[in-house]
Ligand binder design. Structure first.
Ligand code: NAD
Length: 243
């Protein structure tokens, strides 16, 4: 029996990268998986590649209507949502001088408001049902200061704090909420580093970047009932970067 047998999961930003890897891992463990994104063509291709257990839905995490549509569709079909991975995110380099107000607002809208809407739209039906697991994807930028990505770091610290508040709010109702903090992971997001990429990689004590499934392994445990007593905490997957 799979570790997520019978569970229904929604993974935001699941068209590619870590979300795609997690969808594959969840489906292999018996879950029915919905991946959502704004990259519709890529998302449809990913779902087709991963097989009948994975469905793509268009869903901009900054839109409350899109959240209601995505979660509402799952509730109509299955009666409950068991796992939500708030994974969608954007990254942009820039210290204070290089971050415009528009950059800041866009980062907050996707990386932070998107998680707020997920906790609210996904978490409340879980609470009413009496069970569920929410995994918020933060970053090592939510564990330490990040001189070169001010807005990104702000959102990832916020996600860490929001995770704890939601975990405390939902603890008595059977809903667990945890944050995962990846280090440097091989996904299209790394393109933002451009020429600086070798410099960043050199700082990783393990001497290599992570594969998406190495983060997915930790997300999978948190999604499953194996993590039944874990809530409100940070799970760092960074090759000792912050050690
Ligand atoms: P990625 O760029 O491959 O995937 C991010 C996905 O989010 C993309 O498919 C993108 O289209 C989607 N997305 C962006 N805006 C969206 C929106 N408004 N609504 C819905 N979807 C949207 O990068 P990834 O590495 O797979 O990123 C996944 C998560 O991991 C992000 O939250 C990211 O901040 C975090 N993270 C990544 C790294 C890394 O090194 N790659 C490190 C730490 C944390």
């Amino acid at each position: 029996m799979g570790r997520l047998e019978g569970k229904t999961a929604l993974i935001t930003g699941g068209a590619r990268g870590q979300g795609e890897a997690e969808a594959e891992q969840f489906a292999a463990e018996g879950a029915t998986v919905f991946i959502s994104d704004v990259l519709d063509d890529v998302g449809e291709e990913t779902a087709a590649r991963l097989g009948h257990a994975v469905t793509y839905v268009h869903h901009d995490v900054t839109s409350e209507d899109d959240w209601k549509g995505a979660v509402g569709g799952i509730l109509d079909q299955f009666g409950r949502l068991d796992v939500l991975v708030n994974n969608a995110g954007i990254f942009q380099l820039g210290g204070l001088a290089d971050t415009s107000l528009d950059d800041w607002n866009r980062m907050i809208a996707i990386n932070q408001t998107g998680v707020f809407l997920g906790l609210k739209t996904g978490g409340i039906p879980m609470r009413d049902h009496g069970s569920g697991s929410i995994i918020n994807i933060s970053s090592i930028a939510g564990m330490m200061g990040t001189a070169t990505a001010h807005a990104y770091g702000a959102t990832k610290w916020a996600v860490r704090g929001m995770t704890k508040s939601a975990a405390a709010e939902f603890a008595a109702d059977g809903v667990r909420v945890n944050s995962v903090h990846p280090g440097i992971v091989e996904t299209p997001m790394l393109d933002a580093f451009g020429d600086a990429r070798p410099v960043v990689t050199k700082r990783i004590p393990m001497g290599r970047t992570a594969q998406p499934a190495e983060v997915g392994n930790v997300v999978l445990v948190l999604a499953s009932d194996e993590a039944s007593y874990c809530s409100g905490h940070e799970f760092v997957v960074d090759g000792a970067f912050t050690a």
